[in-house]
Design a protein around this ligand. Structure first.
Ligand code: BEZ
Length: 210
C-alpha cells in the first residue's frame, strides 16, 4: 500500500551508525526528517549528508531529528562519514540506517525501479511528533535536494499546526499567511484580532507575530 500524507509512519527496528533504533521510540516526541540517498561514497550524497550535518542546530531548534538511509552496511556508512566530515567540513552525528536488505526501503517505497532496483532514490518524509507523515518529496538520483526548502516546509507545517492558517507560494517565516477558507469571518475576528486584508472572500491575508 502506498504511503500517504496523514498516514502513521510505519514503525521499524533496524541497525544504524548510532546503534539499533526503533523509529517511534527513537523519535521520542520529536519531528523526524527521514531521508534516503542512493549510496555511500557517491558525490551528490556526500554533499547532502554534509549539508544535513551542518544544519544540525537548525533542525534541533525546530525539534527535528534527521535520520538518513541507504542500502549499505553500518561499516560502509561509518567509513564514508569520515569522507563527509573531511570534504564537507562538519562532524556528522545523526544516525544513518543500514538497510542492506532493502526492508525499510520497500516499506517506504524508496526503490523506484526505473532509477535502480537495488538503491534508493532521494525520498524525504517529514514525520510529526505523533508519527504522522506530514510531507513526502522524491528526487531522482542525479539531483541533490534543496535544504532551504526542507527547513521552510518544516517551518510552514509547524506554523499551520499552531493557527488555522495556510502558507502561500514561496512563503517564508515572517511573511503574511492566509486565513483558511474554513474559518468564517466571524470566527476570524476572534482568532485574528490583528485583522486581515480580503483580496477575495476565499483569499484573506493576515500577519502573524514575528
Ligand atoms: C550521487 O550521489 O552523486 C549519485 C548517486 C547515484 C547516482 C547518481 C549520482
Amino acid at each position: 500500500m502506498a504511503l500517504r500524507i496523514g498516514d502513521t509512519a510505519p514503525d521499524f527496528s533496524i541497525d544504524t551508525t548510532n546503534g539499533p533504533i526503533k523509529l517511534h521510540e527513537w523519535a521520542n516526541g520529536s519531528w523526524v526528517f527521514f531521508f534516503s540517498h542512493p549510496a555511500d561514497y557517491t558525490p551528490v550524497c556526500t554533499t547532502e549528508m554534509g549539508r544535513t550535518s551542518q544544519l544540525a542546530p537548525e533542525f534541533a531548534q525546530r525539534n527535528v531529528k534527521p535520520l538518513g538511509l541507504s542500502t549499505d552496511t553500518v561499516e560502509q556508512h561509518k567509513g564514508w562519514i569520515q569522507d563527509v566530515n573531511e570534504t564537507q567540513n562538519t562532524v556528522l552525528e545523526f544516525p544513518i540506517v543500514a538497510d542492506k536488505e532493502l526492508k525499510i526501503a520497500q516499506l517506504y517505497d524508496m526503490i523506484h525501479p526505473n532509477e535502480s532496483v537495488t538503491a534508493t532514490v532521494r525520498s524525504v518524509f517529514i514525520i510529526d511528533p505523533n508519527m504522522k507523515i506530514r510531507l513526502m518529496m522524491t528526487y531522482p538520483m542525479t539531483v541533490g535536494r534543496n535544504f532551504d526548502e526542507i527547513l521552510r516546509v518544516i517551518d510552514a507545517l509547524q506554523t499551520t499546526d499552531k493557527q488555522e492558517v495556510a502558507c502561500p507560494a514561496d512563503w517564508r517565516p515572517g511573511n503574511p499567511v492566509i486565513i483558511r477558507p474554513t474559518v468564517s469571518d466571524e470566527d476570524a475576528k476572534k482568532k485574528f484580532p490583528q485583522g486581515w486584508t480580503t483580496l477575495k472572500p476565499y483569499l484573506r491575508i493576515t500577519e502573524l507575530d514575528k
